[in-house]
Write a protein that binds this ligand. Sequence first.
Ligand SMILES: N[C@@H](CCC(=O)N[C@@H](CS)C(=O)NCC(=O)O)C(=O)O
Length: 209
Amino acid sequence: MSRMQLYRRNGWGSALIEAQLAHYGLEAESIEIADLFLDATARRELMRISPAGQIPVLILPDGRVMSESAAITLYLAEMTGRDDLVPEPTATERPRFLRWLIFLVAQVYPCFTFGDDPSRFLSDPTAQKELGEATSERLKELWTAVEGAVRRPHFLGERFSALDIYLAVMINWKPGPEWFQQHTPKIWSIARATAAREDLAPVFQRNFG
Ligand SMILES: N[C@@H](CCC(=O)N[C@@H](CS)C(=O)NCC(=O)O)C(=O)O
C-alpha cells in the first residue's frame, strides 16, 4: 500500500495535520508547497485538488483527496478507530468539541483567507486596508470568545483533543504570540503545553522554530 501524502509548508495550516499524524504515529510523505500568496502557478496547480487553493491537503493511500482540516481531523480519528483526539459520539465532550472545531475553521480561519491579502478581493487600496484592519479586529473578538470557552488544563477540560492542537498552531498567527500571551492567557498556556508534548514537539519545532 502506498503512503499518504501531505501537502505542507512550514508554519501554515498543514501543521494541524502533521501534529495529528505524529500523535497517531502515522507517516505521510511531505509535498512542499510554495508560498501560495506569491506563486500564482503553485496556487493554480493546487486548485486541481484543493478547490480553494489552500493547504492542508492529505492524499490517502488509495489516491483519494482530502482537504479541509476539520474534515481531515474527523476522518483520521475514524480511520484509526481512536478517540484520543476526537471525543467519541457518545462522549459528553462531543458537542463542545464539534462546536468549537467548526468555529475555528468556519469563523476564525476565514479572517486569514480575506485578511492576509485583501488585494485578491478588492482593487481599492483604501478598501484593502479597511478589510485588513477589520479582519484583524474580528480575529481579536473571536479569540476573546474562545478564551471564554476554554477550560483547563485542556480546551475540553481534563481531556486532551485536537482542539488543543488547533490552539497551539493558531497562536503563532495574527494577532501574534504576544497578543495571545497578554489577552488570552488560558489559550496561551494550553497552546504552550501542547506544543511541548513529547509526541508533538518535533512538529512544532519544525514549523515554528
Ligand atoms: N478551511 C481550510 C482553511 C485552510 C487555509 O486557509 N490554509 C491557508 C494556509 S494556513 C492557505 O492555504 N492559504 C492560502 C490561500 O488562502 O490562498 C482548512 O481548515 O483547512
